[in-house]
Design a protein. Structure first.
Length: 382
C-alpha cells in the first residue's frame, strides 16, 4: 500500500432493485429516440428482459432494433454484425441485456461505433477505442461483472484467440441490476456465473493492486456469494438469495475493474478457448489450486476470507464446488495435456497473471494445470 498512488473509478449511475429494469427508458431517453438492444438467443426471452426493456422504451416513444443472436462467448463476427445494425439504424444508444456474453458483445459494439476498422483489428492490435455510443447495462446473471468493467472479452475462433478490447469509452453510462431477471437463470448457469463472481472477489482481494477501497468491496462480495450462492443454485426462485448474489456480483465487478484479477483469470482465457467450457466453470476448478500456490505470500489476506467463510480456503472452495456440482460439470471436458506448455506461454502475457500476488513463471502455470488434470482423471475413475 505504502507510497503507491491509488485510483478508483466506476460507472456514474447504478440502480439496484426488483423491477428496476423498467427505468431503462429514463436513461435511454437522455441520448436519443433510437437504440439497439443486444441480448442472448435464449436468455433474452427466458429472463423476460427483452420484453421488459422493449415495453419500457416503446411506452416512452423510443424505437429499438433487437440483436438476439448471441449464444456463447461473443466472436468478432458477432460484434461486427451488431455494429452493422447500430450503423444502419442510426442508433443513439446500445443496451446490453443478458449475461457476460451479451454484455461484452453490446459493449464492444457501442465502444467501436465510431470506428470503421473491423473488430478483429482492435482485438489483435490491442488498440483502444474512443468515440463510443452510450452503453446501458442490464445483467440477467450474477457473475461476470461485465456491467461495470471497461473491457469486452471477445473471441476470434479462426485465430483461437480470446482477449479483451479496452477503453474508457466502454464503461456503461448506467447499470440497472434487477435481481428478478436472474430468478429464471438455470441451476448450472447460476453455479458457473456465481463461481466466476466468487473467484473474481477472491482474486481482486489478494491482487497486487488491491486498495482498502477494493478490499471493502471484494470481501463483502465474497461474503454475500459464499453465504448465498448454494441457496440460489438449489432454490432458484428464492429472491433474497438471488438479490444477495446480484449484490455480490456487482461489488466483485467494481473491485476487479480497479484492482484487476489474478492467476485464475490469467489462465482461464487460453484454457477456455481450447476446451470450449464456460468461463465460470474453468475459474471454479482452477481457484483452489491457485490459492495453494499463493498461500505463502497471501496467507494474511486469505485468513480474512477464511474468517468470513468459517472454513479453510482451498478445502472450503472445493467443498462449495462439490455442492454446486462443479466437478460433475467439468468431467465432460478433457484437459489437453499436450497443450499445457502453449497455454502457459499465452497466459504469461495476461495482465491478470501480473496482478497475482505470487509471481507465476511458465512452469508454475503448467504445474497448476497438471494438478487439475490429475484431479480430473482421478474423479473420472470414481
Ligand atoms: Fe471472470
Amino acid at each position: 500500500m505504502g507510497g503507491r498512488v491509488a485510483y478508483f473509478s466506476t460507472v456514474p449511475e447504478i440502480v439496484f432493485g426488483c423491477g428496476c429494469t423498467d427505468e431503462i427508458a429514463r436513461f435511454a431517453s437522455l441520448y436519443g429516440r433510437r437504440g439497439v438492444v443486444v441480448t442472448g438467443r435464449v436468455s433474452g426471452k427466458a429472463s423476460g428482459v427483452l420484453e421488459k426493456i422493449a415495453f419500457s422504451l416503446e411506452r416512452q416513444g423510443l424505437s429499438v432494433e433487437v440483436c438476439d443472436f448471441i449464444s456463447g462467448e461473443p466472436t468478432c463476427a458477432d460484434v461486427d454484425r451488431i455494429r452493422e445494425v447500430v450503423r444502419k439504424s442510426a442508433a443513439y444508444f446500445v443496451v446490453g441485456a443478458g449475461g457476460g456474453s451479451a454484455m461484452d458483445a453490446a459493449k464492444a459494439a457501442a465502444g467501436l461505433a465510431a470506428q470503421s476498422d473491423r473488430t478483429a483489428v482492435f482485438l489483435h492490435e490491442e488498440r483502444a477505442s474512443t468515440g463510443a455510443l452510450p452503453f446501458l447495462a442490464v445483467p440477467t446473471t450474477s457473475g461476470s461483472g461485465a456491467e461495470v468493467t471497461a473491457n469486452a472479452v471477445i473471441t476470434d475462433p479462426d485465430a483461437r484467440v480470446k482477449k479483451s478490447i479496452r477503453g474508457e469509452a466502454f464503461l456503461a453510462a448506467a447499470v440497472l441490476v434487477d435481481p428478478e431477471l436472474t430468478a429464471s437463470c438455470p441451476p448450472h448457469t447460476t453455479a458457473h456465473s456465481g463461481c466466476d463472481a466468487l473467484v473474481q472477489a477472491v482474486e481482486a482481494f489478494v491482487s497486487r493492486n488491491a486498495t482498502p477501497l477494493t478490499d471493502a468491496l471484494a470481501s463483502e462480495a465474497f461474503r454475500l456469494l459464499w453465504c448465498n450462492l448454494h441457496r440460489a443454485y438449489s432454490h432458484g426462485s428464492d429472491i433474497k438469495a438471488r438479490s444477495a448474489c446480484a449484490w455480490g456480483s456487482l461489488l466483485a465487478g467494481i473491485a476487479l475493474a480497479n484492482a484487476r484479477l489474478g492467476a485464475v483469470h490469467g489462465m482461464a482465457h487460453s484454457l477456455g478457448v481450447r476446451l470450449g467450457a464456460p468461463h465460470g466453470l474453468i475459474c471454479a476448478v482452477l481457484m483452489s489450486e491457485v490459492v495453494r500456490k499463493n498461500m505463502a505470500v497471501a496467507s494474511r489476506k486469505y485468513t480474512r476470507l477464511e474468517a468470513i467463510a468459517g472454513a479453510s480456503l482451498p478445502e472450503g472452495l472445493e467443498a462449495l464446488n462439490r455442492k454446486l456440482d462443479i466437478y460433475r460439470d467439468f468431467a465432460q471436458y478433457t484437459l489437453p495435456r499436450h497443450d499445457f506448455a502453449a497455454i502457459a506461454e499465452e497466459s504469461l502475457s495476461s495482465s491478470s497473471l501480473k496482478a497475482n500476488p505470487e509471481k507465476f513463471e511458465k512452469e508454475d502455470v503448467i504445474a497448476v494445470l497438471d494438478r487439475l488434470a490429475d484431479r480430473s482423471e482421478s474423479l473420472e475413475h470414481h
